[in-house]
Design a protein. Structure first.
Length: 589
């Protein structure tokens, strides 16, 4: 088949091969592979697959086009059984010892091209710098990142510090000083960030792309607030129908995966005010914000870690999306800067989304759903060892559902919303409920981005049914909410369940006999029992509009239809001290 400017003359799906021993003047065949993924992206058309073979690829992939439909995607995948890494960093050698544990390297600014992460400040709406400067650059020693020091003196004065660096950029040169904790950087692997992203289209509407099976790491990503373009290590940039699956994504200066907002001249101009985000929504609607244009993404079975803002974010562009089977951990660990966007998963406008069977731990917050969460279901997630709360529902009006989740951090629920249904969860931590009278936020027509109205959050209109709870006092708040709440058949545990971590996974230890003895309190919950949310007057159905019957537990096992167990597990048989809850076969896709 002949090629003309990379476009096939026949509408036949092709496999374009990429290998480290290839050449970008090759044909992309198995015998004559291309050298870079970017070169393959230029040749790929709907229906094509870019098959990348083992090795390390140091590049920033900017796909120029997407697929035509769900059936005619462009797929980028690691060759089966081969380990493929894509890095936004470069190896740096030639370090000169300055004094003690401190070394330096001087690079010509031409090395960085048009983007120098060591002069690129982290900044934006709802960002707090804590009185110092932060850059999108990073330094890695043997694939572990070092801490950015708050000045050159800190590198010299704190020579017992566990690894730090500082950079200075002049007109012609960039100098990086590093304390490598006693290691000689010329004898080790030292890399620095040079690219903003690893896989991110520069244009909007690059639709129907699949990215599968890669290790992607080391990106100089910017702060990603809801009012600005959200650039991630990998991101969709206001597109539709991506599938991001089976990847290892790590070491992003801010965000790992972004499903969010496009960029425009109003980015980072909100002055940290809710009115600024309302104006952002209004502009998005004029730009065509609806399900035919953006969203409907799938993010599944990825391991996402070591991101200093969030694992996954999506402002407006994550509508109608599914996020499941992901392991997300070590998010916002250094805490050198702060803001209002740090979580394992942080979505604005989670409309008709499904967030299920994810494992989120060692994050600032677990799952944070902020503004316009409606028609969304959060089910079967395991969250623990998060610093504040496992789930934060902020200024939403519902309806939305949290069911069969296991939340075991010190805070389980931070509820600054109304219109939520909490069914068959295990809440091992604090339950917080609060009004938000000063902010007015939208609610929508059914299964739509069209705004039906605006309201503040007076509190209530929630359903708490068949949960296992440790914080009995927190549950009492729902007896006196401004809007009436429905509280029924929740069981207060005599002691807090605990997690036991073994080589083969995570186990839950709890008094199962006590739980089974409480079965007689519970009845089967359905959408009909939950009724409708008061503001939007919409039923508590599934993310795709179907009526729900909560007749399966965390593992997908059938519940007793007459008297289900409270909490996320349908327990039967003898009192077993430990139940393995991650990984489990029911959560493998």
């Amino acid at each position: 088949m002949e090629l003309e400017f990379g476009k096939p003359t026949q509408n036949v799906a092709r496999i374009l091969h990429v290998a480290t021993q290839g050449s970008d003047i090759g044909q992309g065949t198995a015998e004559a592979p291309l050298r870079t993924i970017s070169a393959a992206a230029e040749l790929a058309y709907p229906g094509d697959t870019v098959c990348v073979h083992a090795g390390i690829y140091r590049e920033e992939i900017n796909p120029p086009r997407g697929g035509a439909s769900e059936q005619e995607r462009i797929t980028y995948e690691a060759a089966k059984g081969e380990h493929v890494e894509i890095k936004g960093s470069e190896v740096i050698s030639g370090w000169e010892q300055v004094e003690g544990l401190v070394w330096k390297v001087v690079l010509d600014n031409s090395f960085f091209g048009d983007f120098n992460p060591y002069s690129d400040l982290i900044r934006g709406d709802w960002f707090r710098d804590e009185g110092r400067l932060h850059h999108t650059g990073a330094v890695y020693l043997n694939d572990e990142w070092l801490v950015e020091a708050d000045g050159l003196n800190a590198v010299f004065e704190k020579q017992d510090r566990q690894g730090c660096w500082f950079a200075e950029v002049t007109d012609n040169h960039t100098t990086i000083w590093g304390n490598f904790n006693g290691a000689n950087p010329n004898d080790e692997s030292v890399e620095i960030n040079v690219r903003q992203s690893v896989f991110y289209p520069k244009e909007n509407f690059i639709n129907y792309i699949t990215v599968r099976g890669f290790t992607m790491r080391n990106a100089a990503t910017p702060w990603a607030p809801p009012t600005a373009e959200q650039i991630g290590l990998i991101g969709t940039n206001w597109s539709k129908g991506w599938i991001i699956e089976d990847n290892v994504i790590s070491h992003s200066r801010c965000v790992g995966v972004t499903l969010g907002k496009y960029g425009d001249e109003w980015d980072n101009t909100s002055e940290d005010k809710a009115t600024g985000y309302v104006e952002t929504i209004e502009r998005a609607l004029k730009k065509g914000w609806h399900r035919e244009i953006v969203g409907s993404h799938v993010v599944r079975n990825n391991r996402i870690s070591h991101c200093e803002q969030a694992g996954i974010v999506g402002s407006l562009g994550a509508i109608f999306s599914e996020v499941y089977g992901n392991v997300i951990h070590d998010i916002h660990v250094f805490r050198l800067f702060d803001g209002a966007e740090q979580a394992g998963i942080k979505f604005h406008a989670a409309i008709d989304s499904l967030i299920r069977n994810n494992h989120v731990f060692r994050a600032y917050r677990g799952i944070w759903l902020d503004w316009m969460t409606q028609g969304t279901r959060v089910t079967g997630n395991l969250c623990h060892d998060n610093d504040t709360h496992d789930a934060f529902l902020e200024v939403n009006h519902g309806p939305y559902i949290l069911d069969h989740n296991i939340f075991l951090s010190k805070g389980s629920i931070q509820n600054w919303s109304h219109g939520g249904a909490y069914i068959h969860n295990l809440f091992g931590g604090e339950l917080e409920q609060r009004q938000q009278l000063e902010r007015t936020t939208p609610f929508h027509q059914a299964h739509s981005t069209e705004i039906m109205g605006m309201s503040n959050v007076s509190g209530g209109d929630d359903r708490f049914i068949n949960n296992l709870i440790v914080d009995a006092e927190g549950l009492k708040q729902y007896e006196t909410t401004h809007r009436p709440s429905h509280v029924e058949a929740n069981v207060v545990l005599r002691e807090t369940p605990s997690l036991v971590k073994k080589d083969d996974g995570v186990y839950l230890q709890m008094d199962q006999g006590f739980v089974r003895a409480s079965k007689e309190l519970c009845q089967l919950v359905t959408s009909g029992l939950l009724g409708k949310s008061s503001l939007a007057n919409l039923p508590f159905g599934g993310h795709d509009g179907q009526n729900l019957c909560f007749d399966k537990d965390y593992f997908g096992d059938a519940c007793d239809p007459d008297s289900p167990c409270p909490g996320p597990l349908e327990l039967a048989g003898d009192d077993v001290c430990l139940v393995k809850i991650w990984p489990c076969e029911a959560h493998v896709y």
